[in-house]
Structures are given as structure tokens and as C-alpha cells.
Design a protein around this ligand. Sequence first.
Ligand code: 5AD
Ligand code: FES
Length: 354
Amino acid sequence: MIEITNTAEQLTAKLADTHDLTDEELKLLIESDNSDELLFSLADKQRRKVYGEDVYLRGLIEFTNCCKNDCFYCGIRRSNHNTDRYRLTDEQILECCKTGHRLGYRTFVLQGGEDAYFTDEKLCTLISRIRSEFPECTITLSIGEKSRESYERYFKAGARRYLLRHETADDAHYRKLHPETMSLDNRKRCLYDLKDIGYQVGTGFMVGSPYQTTENIISDLRFMQALDPDMIGIGPFIKHKDTPFSDCESGTLSGTLRLIGIIRLMFPHALIPATTALGSISPTGREQGLKAGANVIMPNLSPTEVRELYLLYENKICTGENAELCKGCLERRISGAGYRISYASGDVIRKGAR
Ligand code: 5AD
Ligand code: FES
């Protein structure tokens, strides 16, 4: 038992008990480094209560770095002319799935920029092919904002999960991170459509993104309480030299870990990844993320030749490794941190289900 000696620790204990705090209390906790030890231990206790020591792996296939959007933080934004663009063929994508399947992965995440080349028809053909070749695997999409009709078509073709971070739930902040062509309203519309259609939905935001305030983060937490997503992905913002935010400070390891802990206590059943961005700002970032309450890791299955080209931010890890190397590396890291890889497809466990 850790002794409670300060206000932040009192709030942490209350959060663990009630899974909620007032805005004022959240602000104090987010801004205090006085309670991290207690926070991480209670968050770990909570994750073990629902998910045991299991860590789910999602094989990530970054299949196109072409994007029509121009988000100010993102290295593959349309206006970055310093990057070579690529698209994987269906055969290459299926090959990645095959490798992933051989390594034991039962979920594939197809992630890419918003690339008009991949029409709904092409995507549905691809999804159906993956479905029929790997029937026991779950297909996750992470391909941005689309119409409800498109989301319905992908679902019919066999996609079951969708990752779309809301990025920030504050309108003014959203406009500081995105060009005028994009809107928070549409982003939210997408997330609610996806839920309504029946997808398991993941959302999230960057920690320490330019102009972010503690109040913005509280809005993010409130938005997610209303949406009730299955997965919550947060990682530090990391600058990229070919973006308008090239001179901005990156988010911190400690700030991200604290939010993982807070999110685990607020959303006891959520799937929370220890993200690649977290591993990129610290050599042990992902292990520390797991110990702070995360329970998912998304290793890269993309062909090694294209990994350097899917650079959303600088110093991204795993760009020189292949899928086998990442798997071995992760096995060591996960067991070293005191957890165990689960090879199940890893659906969210809803309240009362266990
Ligand atoms: N630093 C950290 N994360 C980033 N993302 C995009 N650009 C960056 C960056 N510079 C995140 C966004 C996006 C996800 C795929 O990657 O939150 O939703
Ligand atoms: Fe890719 Fe460690 S996970 S090298």
C-alpha cells in the first residue's frame, strides 16, 4: 500500500474508485507530478483486473503515404514535397498479412493517408480478399474521414474496427492544427457514424501538440466519455522538419505516461496502445506505457523498403527492422515489463463481460 501524502494522490485514489473527477480536479492531477507512482500502480491494477497480463498485438500495414490533407503536424501532409510517395499493391499488402499471420498476429490495421487512388471499390476488393484468405483475423481500417456510405461499404466487405483520432475536441485548437478545409464537426460525425454502423472504434489525440492547454485535454477526456470508444490511442506530438510545426517543442514522456494512467482509470475497459510515438521519444517508452496502464502494441508489418517513407514525425523507431525482428524485440520488451503477449484477436472487454 502506498501512503497518501498529498492532494494529487487523494485525487488519484478518488479517480480509481469513481472513474471520474471534476474539471478542477482533473486539471490539478494532469498538471501535478506528485502522484505518478500511485497513479501508475492503480492504473496497472485496474488493467490487470480487466485484461490480466495480456498485451494485444495489432499488425500495422502502412499501405499508402499519399494524402490529400495538409494537417500542420504531419510529415506526410500534401505540401511536404520532400518525401517520396508510395502505394503498396494488393499483393504486397496480402504478403504483409501473410507474414503477420505466420508470426501469430490476428488483427491487421490498414493505415494510410487519405488517398483518392484507393476508391471504395478498390478498398472493398482488398478487404474481401484479406477476409477470405485470413478468415479468423480482424480487419481494422485507419484511413481517415469518409462518408457514412463508404464506412458502410467497408463494413459490409468485412472491416470491423476503425481508428480515427479526434486529435483535439476543442474547436479553436482544432483550427490551429488543421487547414480550413477540415473541421472538428466532420471528424466527430465520422466517429459517431462508425459507432452507429457497428465498428469497434478507436480515437485519441497527441499529447503536447502545439497550442494544447490542460483545458483542451480535459475537453478531450469529456468528448471521449460521451463517445465511449473501444480504443484510446494517445502519443506525444513529435515535430517533423518539413511541416509548419518544425520548430515546436515535442510532447514529453512523463506527460504522456500520466495521461495513459488517467485514461486507464477513467476508462477501465478501454484498449490503450503503448504507441510507436511513445517508443520514439524514449528507448523504453512503450514498456513504461504498458506499466502506466496501456495494453496494446501495434508492431509494424510494412515492407522495410517503405518504412522510412511513412514518417509522420522524426526519429520514428523500427524503420530499419523487419517484422520478424520487431516481433522478437517486442516479446523481450513485453515480458521484461511483466506482461505476456496474447495472440487472440483482442476484442474490447465490455463492462460486466468478465
Ligand atoms: N507526432 C506525433 N503523432 C503524430 N500523428 C501525426 N503526426 C504526428 C506527429 N508529428 C498522429 C496523429 C494521427 C496518427 C496516425 O498519428 O494523431 O491521427
Ligand atoms: Fe521494432 Fe523493437 S519493435 S525493433
